[in-house]
Design a binder for this molecule. Structure first.
Ligand SMILES: CC(C)(COP(=O)(O)OP(=O)(O)OC[C@H]1O[C@@H](n2cnc3c(N)ncnc32)[C@H](O)[C@@H]1OP(=O)(O)O)[C@@H](O)C(=O)NCCC(=O)NCCS
Length: 158
């Protein structure tokens, strides 16, 4: 497998992988499937996105996005990582996150952070293995399908 910076030409594939992840209900409070046009807006010239591919095409991505509008937080980015279901457990998440960490550092960010459902063992294991620290748990942070969910806050200094 190979990792590279994503381009807007990858938007439709990224949207497909992300929408499948949304549909699974294991990783995000989001419930609306994303279109290629939604994902094209991620390419703002500031926030890196990477994709992992093999000879059959792109099957994983990791992305950064704005954390807060306040200028003092400009060097902090939120991140996401999704691997197509059939390609999980083969190291793609690891490869994507390490590339995202390098790209975010090179782009001048000083910290990546996110929140992970406490039940999402795969994500928690992946993030620990690439140097993230679990800060604590936000209890009943929001509802997914009418059920209150707890999330672990994770961060990694770059
Ligand atoms: C979380 C996710 C990105 C992991 O990607 P992956 O390609 O399957 O993970 P990798 O094969 O690179 O494994 C990375 C590490 O996580 C561990 N891991 C992976 N799946 C696991 C599981 N189901 N349970 C426990 N540990 C797991 C691996 O053992 C590995 O640990 P190591 O580096 O110490 O050996 C993938 O499962 C996924 O896309 N899930 C749905 C979306 C999601 O949850 N995204 C994260 C949102 S915060």
């Amino acid at each position: 497998m190979k990792v590279r910076p994503a381009t807007p030409a990858d938007a439709a594939t990224i949207a497909r992988i992300y929408s499948a992840g949304i549909e699974e209900r294991v990783a995000t409070f989001e419930t609306r499937p994303r279109s290629a046009a939604d994902v094209e807006r991620w390419f703002d010239g500031v926030h890196p996105v990477v994709v992992v591919e093999d000879e059959d095409g792109v099957f994983a991505f990791a992305s950064t996005s704005q954390y807060r509008q306040r200028e003092c937080y400009a060097g902090i980015a939120e991140f996401s990582v999704y691997v197509a279901r059939e390609a999980r457990g083969r190291g793609a998440g690891h490869v994507a996150m390490n590339a995202l960490i390098d790209s975010a550092r090179a782009a001048g960010f000083w910290k990546l952070l996110s929140r992970v459902f406490v039940e999402n063992e795969a994500s928690r294991a992946l993030l620990r293995s690439v140097g993230f620290r679990e800060i604590g748990i936000y209890e009943r942070h929001a509802q997914l399908d009418g059920v209150w969910r707890d999330v672990v806050i994770v961060e990694r200094l770059l």
